[in-house]
Ligand binder design. Structure first.
Ligand code: DX5
Ligand code: ZN
Length: 215
């Protein structure tokens, strides 16, 4: 599968968000990653609906929403209406996983399911055939700029294996600590969607970094 680079807007300069979106688009990013944090499921609060409205208005690329919020089903329709193309939620944050997947699909979006570093892939195995993307968190969700956790590599391979056995093209996404050193590793273990925030937005030459991540 082709490698997809999703630039995480969490590391953009919010005082000139429109310019940073254009910078990511002109540098060859494939998707824009939009991290929603509620201060409950994760310790911090990032941004939500009003900012997504502005992002969708100025972005040309698909918007990959990552919900790090408790009880995500409450927000699916609203994020879909505001321009999300894909919505990924955490299995740890909801009681009824099937309900969330159905709701995302009914809203016309691609559905992604995510696991934190400590949650085994076996917890989501039964849902993988029904989603479009599996997100293996490669850091503890909540903050940009953290160091990649090597213990997540094996989980990427497990998710890839289960996804391939469904016979469907299911994206395996990684998020957290992705840079020029970790990208070849996660690709080798089977990830095809690489989220990267600080490594891309802190660069003078974002296009060069995207090229390297893609491999
Ligand atoms: C962390 C977020 C990530 C974050 C990654 O919880 O989900 O998307 O932006 O940041 P980096 O690439 O800096 O580790
Ligand atoms: Zn994210």
């Amino acid at each position: 599968m082709e490698t997809i680079i999703s630039a995480s807007l969490l590391s953009a300069d919010f005082s000139r968000l429109g310019e940073d979106i254009k910078r990511a688009e002109n540098s060859g990013a494939d998707w824009l990653h939009y991290d929603v944090m509620d201060g409950i499921f994760v310790p911090s609060i990032s941004f939500g609906e009003p900012v997504l409205k502005c992002v969708s208005a100025s972005a040309e690329l698909p918007i990959d929403v990552h919900l790090m919020i408790t009880d995500p089903v409450r927000y699916i329709d609203r994020y879909a209406a505001l321009g999300a193309d894909g919505i990924t939620f955490h299995c740890e944050a909801c009681d009824n996983v099937n309900e969330v997947i159905d709701r995302i699909h009914k809203a016309g979006c691609h559905a992604g399911i995510s696991v934190k570093p400590a949650t085994p892939v076996s917890e989501i195995e039964q849902y993988i055939a029904d989603v479009d993307l599996v997100l293996i968190m490669t850091v503890e969700p909540g903050f940009g700029g953290q160091e990649f956790m090597d213990c997540t590599l094996e989980k990427i391979a497990q998710a890839r294996d289960i996804a391939d056995r469904t016979g469907r093209d299911i994206n395996i996404q990684v998020d957290g600590g992705i840079n020029d050193k970790t990208a070849p590793l996660v690709r080798k273990y089977g990830a095809n969607v690489l989220v990267s925030g600080s490594h891309l937005f802190c660069a003078d030459d974002m296009a060069e970094r995207i090229k390297v991540l893609r491999g």
